[in-house]
Design a protein around this ligand. Structure first.
Ligand SMILES: [Zn+2]
Ligand SMILES: [Zn+2]
Length: 575
């Protein structure tokens, strides 16, 4: 199917044509606006507006790749919401992964509203907020299948199978159509959650019609279905019993189910379990508090407990599956933990997928472990990881269970969204009943229609050391230029009355592969030429001299260094 038949996209509407200051919500339709996640795997955020209410669903981050210097995380650009003063009635959060809650501390301060989430998700949000010093938040706990009445909306949360505890989907009953939003999900037929996504969807929806399904497209190219989380235990037992030394498993700290799998395998192979890494320990305590883990007493060691003398009696579960710098795995790889020195005979298992952008740092970590003599297993080699996202068969099962009238794919790059639309049609959704919306596209739903309306401003903002920066702003432009070819700082001291140089110009180069001296030669001539040029134009003022010098000095240094250097010129006058 080509794009024009799935969406009737018009050119982007100019800023002044937008609904400046108008209420975003309208009577008679649900307006849906994705600001993240429709064009990338990450940064999920979708706005739902109808009658007098606006609901913000999720606020996630995306990790930058190595091409973006000095950026910690990427968050959705919410300029459109700010300019149009679109405020949420409530925040509805599906689950606690960073690509769903990572941006919340940044955005909540601009858009405060009650937050609704499951117990584990809420605890993760509370921890983030306390790090940011955000107080006085109206937190609301959701329980599965307990329908809540919100302004203009009835919402039934239901559990889904996913690689984090307490992940929820929503069945949203609006006056203009019922929307099924399962969040991130897969179907696990022997799940740690004790129930399967499609059964829970059937229970939450009941006999009611599903007008619109919006679903996770991450694995829309993966054929079939992935193995069950519980099936990993056998593979882990095999690896744990073969390993002569310590077994280290690195995974996401929020993947409580994987921690449980490690505990099950460790128990069966006579190993104790030690959690390593700040967030791993924190989430373990949280999971124990919420009774999400089922482990025999004494199996899990605390950091103060002595570790078993026999290395074959220890399993370490740690953070660092993405190669993070200060993670448990990174500390082990650098030999930084006195009582846990790894070497020949020890095994390290990377039990997580590599998030795009992290491959290089993961590679560095793997090389370090191999150098130490460890045996390394990754998800690519053996059965040490299953995906938390639905494969094609799972997606089709959801279409068959929900039988939606309309469909909109979420959570994917363009190709994943497009593929998901193909699967929708194969599963019985009619041609013309799907819209491939990208970030910034407003679509509208009524009981009898689902269509593209218009495009508004969207994009990505960069967070660098807690400060939000625009990708095309001066700071990022300068950082990119500096990282590429360095900087030259040039100072001219001249006599105020005669415009003559008082001393020879000085040059300080940073990150330019040329000597200061070679750039310095000829700068006095550049000054003189600039002065003569301005004299001819009868325009000798400090400002014009500075402007003209900037260009000429840059040309001079670029020529000598052979690169495009960022040049800063200082003009100092003396009597
Ligand atoms: Zn997720
Ligand atoms: Zn996600």
């Amino acid at each position: 199917m080509n794009q024009s038949s799935t969406r009737n996209k018009k050119p982007a509407i100019k800023k002044d044509m937008r609904q400046q200051g108008q209420p975003f919500s309208e009577h008679g339709k649900v307006k849906i606006l994705p600001l993240g996640g429709c064009g990338e795997i990450g940064m999920n955020m979708t706005i739902f507006a109808f009658d007098n209410s606006v609901y913000f669903v999720d606020a996630g981050t995306l990790f930058p790749d190595a091409s973006i210097p000095s950026v910690d995380v990427i968050i959705p650009d919410v300029q459109y919401l700010l300019e149009n003063r679109i405020m949420p009635t409530a925040w509805l959060i599906t689950h606690g992964h960073e690509d769903h809650i990572g941006a919340l501390p940044y955005l909540f301060q601009e858009f405060p509203a009650p937050i609704y989430a499951s117990p584990f998700t809420l605890e993760l949000i509370k921890e983030k907020f306390s790090e940011f010093g955000i107080k006085d938040v109206n937190y609301n706990l959701w329980q599965p299948f307990q329908t809540v009445s919100l302004p203009d909306l009835k919402l039934t949360p239901f559990p889904v199978n996913h690689s984090i505890a307490d992940a929820l989907g929503f069945f949203m009953e609006t006056p203009y159509g019922n929307i099924l939003h399962p969040g991130d999900f897969r179907i696990d037929y022997d799940p740690p959650e004790k129930s399967s996504t499609h059964h829970n969807i059937a229970q939450a929806v009941g006999e009611k019609p599903v007008h619109l399904l919006m679903a996770d497209s991450t694995n829309s190219f993966s054929v079939g279905t992935d193995k069950s989380e519980n099936s990993l235990t056998e593979g882990f037992i095999d690896l744990f019993s073969k390993a002569e030394g310590i077994v280290v498993v690195t995974t996401f700290a929020s993947n409580i189910w994987r921690f449980q799998t490690c505990c099950d395998a460790a128990y069966k192979t006579g190993r104790k379990v030690l959690a390593l890494g700040r967030s791993m320990v924190r989430n373990l305590m949280l999971a124990q508090k919420l009774k999400l883990l089922h482990v025999p007493a004494g199996l899990i060691l605390t950091e103060d407990d002595p570790i078993p003398k026999d290395p074959a009696q220890l399993c370490v579960v740690c953070t660092g599956s993405q190669g993070e710098q200060f993670s448990g795995a990174a500390r082990l790889a650098s030999g930084g933990i006195e009582k846990l020195k790894l070497g020949v005979g020890d095994t390290v298992i990377f039990s997580a997928r590599s998030i795009p952008g992290n491959e290089r740092s993961i590679g560095v970590l793997i090389n370090q472990f191999i150098k130490m003599g460890c045996h390394v297993e990754t998800g690519k080699d053996t059965n040490v990881h299953v995906s938390g996202h639905a494969y094609q068969e799972d997606l089709k099962t959801v279409f068959n269970t929900a039988k939606p009238k309309y469909f909109m794919p979420l959570h994917g790059e363009y190709r994943h969204l497009q593929k998901h639309i193909e699967l929708a049609h194969e599963s019985g959704v009619l041609q013309g009943h799907t819209v491939l919306a990208e970030n910034g596209d407003i679509v509208s739903l009524t009981l009898n229609s689902f269509e593209f309306v218009s495009s508004v401003h969207s994009g990505r903002d960069y967070v660098s050391q807690g400060v939000i920066l625009k990708p095309d702003g001066e700071v990022m432009k300068l950082r990119t230029a500096l990282a590429k070819s360095g900087m030259a700082s040039v100072t001219f001291v001249y006599k105020k009355r005669t415009w003559e140089l008082a001393t020879l110009p000085t040059v300080i180069l940073k990150g330019v592969p040329t000597s200061d001296e070679s750039c310095k030669a000829g700068l006095d001539k550049v000054f003189l030429e600039t002065l003569n040029f301005l004299k001819e134009r009868k325009n000798i003022r400090k400002e014009s001299l500075e402007d003209e010098l900037k260009n000429r000095v840059k040309r001079h240094i670029d020529r000598i260094s052979g690169s495009k250097v960022t040049v800063v010129v200082h003009l100092v006058d003396v009597p």
